[in-house]
Design a protein around this ligand. Sequence first.
Ligand code: PEP
Length: 252
Amino acid sequence: MRKPVIAGNWKMYKTIAEAVDFIEKIKPVAAKADHCEVVVAPPFTALAAAAKAAKGSKVAVSAQDVHWDKEGAHTGDISPVMLIDAGCTHVIIGHSERRHDHGETDEQVNRKLKAALAAGLTPIVCVGETLAERESGGTGEVLKTQFEGSLAGLTPSDFSRIIIAYEPVWAIGTGRTATPEIAAEAHRLLRQLAARRFGEQEASGVRILYGGSVKPDNVGGLMAQEEIDGALVGGASLKVDSFSALVNYPRG
Ligand code: PEP
């Protein structure tokens, strides 16, 4: 049984007060949502206050990125220990906006992932192809390269602690969602890669979230796919009403 995860990636939105207000409002929604785990990822500045507001509730707080070192001369970066200190339990790693805006490589994603695991965080590792890669038939190869590079050196036990997010770059923030079938096909491929690398049991247990313009009106179709174990949501996670609707996605 893979418990679905509905995760909101707030990107560079929300002040501390806005983050706390949102968490206070979503706590009762999450409390009633036994069918899924609820995660929100505020910006760094709001993490500690968000985690304090979420303490003792069913809302888990995630960072949006992490450095691999414990401390050091890395201006602007935040370490895994600092995220734990702020009250985070999860961290998004390798989001396409980090890969594209900051040139993050699979090797760096891998170092971040290992450091996050060592610190006791639950990593949400993102992979996904660009439009050009999909249109040239390269989706499978891109996912394989990202999967193998990002997860290099992990043991099956490490792997059992991570969450994967399939986020086709062409669907992020564009309003263009992958159809449930396209998403499920990519998830199946990722699960096959996981089986080959970590074994059938680990592959069938890993949660693979879909991300890319998920909204209250399309989440039901996506979640109806057996292969889709939740959603990583940007835009539609910013308002309490729409995030609540995503948490309470239609269930058959
Ligand atoms: C994301 O930021 O991970 C994302 C999927 O964004 P959006 O839902 O806005 O496409």
